[in-house]
Design a protein around this ligand. Structure first.
Ligand SMILES: [Zn+2]
Length: 497
């Protein structure tokens, strides 16, 4: 029995087939002619000429209710994404917080080992190391990867600006948390100008792709019968995207998650499923060869857990490089320069490590340390207020090295406090920061934020522009660290009590 949307699909497909469109019998969505709100009449005309069909992406997240051959779970669910409280829409601009079985991590999974970095020095009480690390896949690998997506040009298409994500009216807090965490993870790997924005305004439940406004990605959780055809019942989810410009510019996307199947998988698998579908929405209209890219999140039957790199090894390159193709590119070879090397700054203060990677123009800060044994609020040895001090290491938006002091104070009555980054100085592009006082003052030299504690994490509630996402580290909260991201700088920080 076809569902409502399947019936609507069939009606539209018949209509278009009768007008000569070579459509398959199912699994294609049609963008119907709707009045445009765009005031630019020329743009309206151009748009209607370029109007193209959306792709439907099959097989997302794997089917196979039990009889199919299972792809081994390469990560064995070793990583648990349980750091911090349930994430709400307001939290979507924060960095991801992931607990890797005893190691609490903030930001992108790009931390280098200390022995991979050459230069070492000191900045305040932090041991500083820096250097180039070949931790990317490189241009040749990107050309090979994207070649799969140029067989049909519409399979690589990207939004030109920051897409707006909305979840449907009535989406539960638990489902919203999955989407927010997936957005946080992908945003940590996206160029800042392409990061997703999460709207507080819900989208209509069950809206079709044709009803999704330009520039938006709508996420619906629902049982298969309501929103997708019957023969998709084993799918965990899928994404469909409307495109224009010959199919190379994404203009709207819709993700459907099969709530009949979600509960059969772990929490981590739910987040990786959302990350997979969002990668479809953002750029990739298909799956790479699973045998060749077994750890990629965008492969068919995506991995159901996280490695310390968070995304698959090639995904970091893929997500950023997808946005490097010019709209008129017709071959994977038209990717410009793409380095396999990152320049890293890393700081270590006791068990707390932090830093930032500069990778093909992408700045990725991180911080990491031992997971506390209880939430901060339950630490009976701390009362009144406590302070942590340490350092910050980062890059300006021009890739100049940046360093300064990081001081956090928390009041245990209110679980609120203040973090100040002071004495901020910068040096040359990809330089190793010198001793305190040897650089040039950055802007007015400080950034100040009020913060609120949530379990063992903290986030900004006010102060300067930018986002601060931090955590407490060590069994007794001896350490703290995190990331601060702004349009003019990006940094990791860490310190001790
Ligand atoms: Zn998929």
């Amino acid at each position: 029995m076809p569902s409502g949307s399947a019936a609507r699909y069939e009606t539209r497909a018949r209509e278009l087939r009768s007008r000569g469109f070579p459509l398959s019998k199912s699994h294609t969505f049609i963008r119907k002619n709707k009045p445009m709100r765009n005031k630019n009449r020329f743009a309206q005309k151009a748009f209607s000429v370029l109007l193209s069909l959306a792709l439907l992406l099959p097989g997302c997240g794997g089917g196979g209710g039990g009889s199919g051959r299972r792809v081994p779970d390469v990560f064995h669910n070793a990583a648990h994404v349980v750091a911090g409280p349930n994430q709400t829409i307001e939290d979507a601009r924060q960095a991801p917080a992931i607990d890797f079985d005893g190691t609490l991590h903030i930001g992108a999974g790009v931390e280098p080992d200390r022995d991979q970095l050459g230069t070492t020095g000191e900045h305040g009480d932090a041991a500083v190391s820096s250097g180039h690390v070949r931790d990317g896949a490189g241009r040749d690998a990107m050309v090979v990867f994207f070649s799969q997506f140029f067989t049909d040009r519409k399979r690589l298409r990207t939004f030109r600006a920051q897409p707006v994500v909305r979840v449907a009216r009535g989406t539960s807090a638990a489902h919203t948390d999955l989407v927010v965490r997936a957005v946080q993870i992908l945003n940590a790997y996206l160029p800042r100008e392409n990061r997703m924005i999460f709207s507080e305004i819900p989208s209509p439940y069950g809206a079709d792709l044709v009803d999704v406004p330009r520039g938006e990605i709508h996420v619906n959780f629902g049982p298969f019968g309501e929103q997708i055809p019957e023969n998709f019942r084993t799918y965990r989810g899928f994404a469909s995207t409307a495109t224009t410009g010959g199919g190379i510019i994404a203009i709207a996307s819709r993700i459907w998650i099969n709530s009949n199947r979600l509960h059969q998988f772990t929490y981590e698998a739910g987040i990786s499923l959302l990350a997979h579908e969002l990668m479809h929405s953002l750029a990739l209209g298909g799956h790479p060869d699973a045998a060749r890219y077994p750890l990629s999140f965008i492969r068919h039957r995506s991995p159901r857990g996280f490695s310390r790199r968070i995304l698959g090894p090639i995904d970091r390159d893929v997500i950023a490089a997808a946005f490097e193709y010019a709209p008129e590119a017709t071959s994977a070879n038209e990717l410009g320069p793409w380095s396999d090397t990152s320049f890293h700054l890393r700081g270590d203060v006791d068990d707390v490590s932090f830093g930032v990677a500069s990778f093909n123009g992408l700045l990725q800060p991180w911080a990491s340390g031992p997971t506390p044994s209880v939430d901060l609020a339950h630490n009976t040895e701390l009362s009144g207020s406590a302070s942590w001090s340490g350092r910050l290491l980062g890059f300006t938006s021009e890739s100049q090295s940046l360093a300064g002091a990081a001081d956090l104070t928390i009041n245990f009555e209110t679980l609120r406090g203040q973090i100040d980054f002071t004495g901020l100085e910068h040096w040359g592009v990809n330089a190793t920061p010198g001793p305190v006082g040897s650089g040039q003052t950055w802007n007015d030299g400080d950034l100040r934020y009020s913060v609120i504690v949530r379990k063992n994490t903290f986030i900004q509630t006010g102060g300067d522009a930018g986002e601060v996402t931090g955590a407490f580290f060590g069994p007794n909260h001896e350490g703290m660290g995190g990331v601060v991201e702004r349009s003019d700088m990006s940094a990791g920080f860490g310190g001790t009590r």
